[in-house]
Design a protein around this ligand. Sequence first.
Ligand code: CMC
Length: 447
Amino acid sequence: MPDVNPEFVKYAELHIPGRDPIKLPILKGTMGPEVIDIRALGKEGYFTFDPGFVSTASCSSRITFIDGAKGILLYRGYPIDQLATKANYLKTCYLLFKGELPTPAQYEEFEYKVKHHTLIHEQINSLFQAFRRDSHPMALMCGIAGALSAFYHDNLDIYDPEHRENTMIRLIAKMPTLAAMAYKYSIGQPFMYPRNDLDFAANFLHMMFATPAEDYKVNPVIAKAMDRIFILHADHEQNASTSSVRLAGSSGANPYACIAAGIASLWGPAHGGANEACLRMLEQIGTCDRIPEFVARAKDKNDPFRLSGFGHRVYKTYDPRAVVMRETCHEVLNELHIKDHPILDVATELEKIALSDEYFIERHLYPNVDFYSGIILNAIGIPTSMFTVIFAIARTIGWISHWNEMQEMPESRIGRPRQIYVGKTLRDIKASPARRRSAKSSAATKI
Ligand code: CMC
């Protein structure tokens, strides 16, 4: 039985003509809708059909709760806006992985450990040289995150909770270092080593923008915005990349390989690639007078174009992360004295038009978190191709927390979805005419 309310015992009955009803338990979590447990169906000779897992829970989880209709997002019970304003990214990491916010002493120890694992093995530097300079940084991240499994053999026992926690610390500490290296490699600048006197977000900005040639002062408003971007993207329950990590991990694969699977899944424009796609779209629109043309294309069923940064699989109201991100977006733009910025003008006008357009209202298509995060990252000076990489840094704690939880859940099994087969029915390979002729002539020879 999954980790759900055991006192809640109700059954659904499935009536299939010509058969006795099949009783299916209805499960109830601590929050959220009731869930029909269909695991017994397979033994009865039936599967369910649910492409995209729209109506299927693949696991039970204690980490993140989303109510898409009400626009609620909780990490371990805490609302996302409270974490964004009252915690920081490392506290959020501790919370997601361990289940509780750290005490001051626990935080001090955790921060110390993370800061003392930010360096990566020097041999990894040479892996970068194998990539073309113009490679997309997500290509480097997929490859090099997976390659970490070749360097940290000392903590790869997935059944040992201490090994799993050490791996979590290594991953969250090293991902910003790898990400900044991917950027430096693409622009031909030397890699910058991490600085342990800086906090998590400030250190990342230092590794991105400092050079050995001169001093670089991290702007605290920008560092705070960066930290918020990390918090808001830290987890989002069973999304495509987290489910990819869980599916890869369900076979017992090592955690670095599983994280590489998550990075690959995140790359797509319907998921983590949306902030990059959104900014490219704003650039393509260029000026406010062209917005109606693009809105018309987004509504046209014969045109595959969609407004990036709008809509969400789960949220059918305002994305609660977008509310916080919008506020941070204004803070950053004020700090940087950016007022008349063409991309910002297009974004503001597009938001206004889409929020008052019947098509978007009817379909509950609101700006999502990536609509605003793209604008902030652009203002900070982060190149568009790095946007999804930043999402990957943030989401690493979500991925590894789910991977860790999966190892502890008794219900976990290797993931193996079923299918409806719609291909050819059984048939035999027909002998080719040439083979038939030679078969005939050899029969004739025998006679
Ligand atoms: N622009 C125009 N129309 C849209 C859009 C959009 N961005 N999103 C959905 N629709 C329409 C869609 O055509 C459909 O219309 P109809 O009912 O007439 O056929 C209706 O809205 C429902 O769409 P759907 O495809 O069934 O919705 P979904 O839940 O499968 O897709 C989505 C969710 C996020 C993939 C989609 O909204 C989308 O492609 N958005 C743009 C990409 C984006 O911003 N993604 C980032 C999501 S937030 C980051 C993350 O959590 O990963």
